[in-house]
Design a protein around this ligand. Structure first.
Ligand code: SF4
Length: 391
């Protein structure tokens, strides 16, 4: 290794979190993968002691109409499509109940971006249920799910205003909005987010800032390989890091690798190279040493163990009940197999709630929600082993 690489890796190890964006980018270009990965793994083992986690969940696909169009998306449907989902309260509750029966603790509620602004069908459907907007319905169904099944709602409905998030905050222990990328180039003509004004980084950052002001534990992350360059990718990591430094509310960062899907505008775009993605994962740990960093195992079948080497500490939501409606092409591995892979790296797998332990204790959620978490977690803040094993 060159002197520069040794100095920068030593800095990352000895003063975790002090790498500048310029230094991080330099490492991304120049540092051998093995060295990056082993430094990232060492930092995880110092800063994120304990188990590797996952959230046992059900994916409740409330409505998959969407006002926007991202060039890589297969989640979004059109009226009349066979995979169109518009779940009424009974249907959503039935999925949550099936999750409760399998000892899930998270009800992931997902919608497209403000479907009622584009589709009269969505508006009519919401009116038939007694609501003016998707968020109003989400607030209502979140309450029903929490009250009737005990599952913890976690909503991912795209960009939201502060007022909308306030409505959901009463029942959602956390919420999610992917930054995807901080690059404004990606909304330009011919780029991945050209048809998706809500993916303008300014809009996403505003949502994350509002969540910070409201002290909502947030899940965010980046989608790697959608046309951003290395410098923009590093900037995306630092954008998230800076938001967390200001508000302390980012509970986890998801790193996803782009994979082209049939019937999308980006079907011929290349997959994110596996080694590059591994380097990005390791770099994320160097940049954010204390953060919960997640790589979903289903997007990397057969090779996801390597991300443990590169410093992740979470596998994200895995469902024993439902499919991943955002990536139906990539089924989740079984929880047993994820456990086996985790153990093969001498780590323990534990279930967590959709709110991480440090945020349960951190004064982020109401006392009512906090009390509810205590029915499920042990002193570590993770889901009690006997709760899952009693199943
Ligand atoms: S905003 Fe979300 S649901 Fe809408 S097209 Fe983009 S990725 Fe798909």
């Amino acid at each position: 290794m060159q002197t520069n690489q040794i100095e920068l890796l030593n800095k990352a190890l000895e003063k975790p979190g002090f790498l500048s964006a310029v230094e991080a980018e330099w490492l991304l270009y120049n540092c051998p993968t093995d060295s990056l990965v082993s430094a990232a793994g060492a930092i995880r083992d110092t800063k994120r002691l304990g188990a590797i986690t996952y959230s046992r969940k059900v994916f409740i696909n409330i409505i998959n109409l969407c006002r926007d169009t991202c060039s890589y998306c297969t989640y979004k449907q059109e009226p009349g499509d066979p995979l169109l989902s518009m779940l009424n309260p009974d249907q959503a509750l039935a999925i949550a109940e099936a999750g409760r029966d399998k000892k899930c603790t998270e009800a992931l509620l997902v919608t497209g971006e403000r479907p009622e602004q584009k589709y009269p069908e969505a508006k009519k459907w919401l009116h038939s249920l007694g609501f003016e907007s998707t968020v109003e319905y989400l607030a209502d169904i979140s309450e029903k799910i929490l009250q009737k099944t005990g599952l913890f709602p976690h909503t991912n409905a795209g960009s939201m205003t502060k007022k909308e998030m306030t409505q959901l905050q009463k029942t959602n222990v956390s919420m999610g909005v992917m930054l995807e990328s901080s690059s404004e180039r990606l909304v330009e003509k011919g780029m991945a987010h050209e048809g998706a004004p809500s993916k303008n980084p300014k809009v996403r950052i505003k949502t994350l800032q509002s969540a910070g002001e409201l002290r909502i534990p947030m899940t965010t992350g980046i989608l790697v390989g959608i046309g951003e360059n290395e410098s923009e990718m590093v900037d995306s990591l630092f954008t998230i890091k800076n938001l967390h430094q200001k508000y302390g509310h980012i509970q986890e960062v998801i790193l996803q690798n782009f994979e082209p899907k049939p019937d999308t505008a980006m079907k011929d775009f290349p997959s994110t190279p596996k080694e590059y993605f591994l380097r990005v994962v390791a770099l994320a740990r160097l940049v954010m040493p204390d953060m919960n960093i997640q790589v979903p195992p289903n997007l990397n079948p057969g090779i996801f163990a390597r991300y443990l080497d590169a410093g992740i500490n979470d596998w994200g939501g895995i469902s024993p009940v439902t499919i991943d409606h955002v990536n139906p092409e990539f089924p989740w591995p079984t929880i047993e197999s994820v456990k086996g892979v985790t153990q093969s790296k001498s780590k323990t797998l534990r279930a967590r709630l959709p709110i991480y332990p440090e945020f349960i204790k951190g004064g982020f959620i109401s006392s009512g929600l906090q009390e509810h978490t205590h029915l499920f977690v042990d002193e570590s803040g993770l889901v009690r082993e006997d709760y899952i094993n009693g199943f």
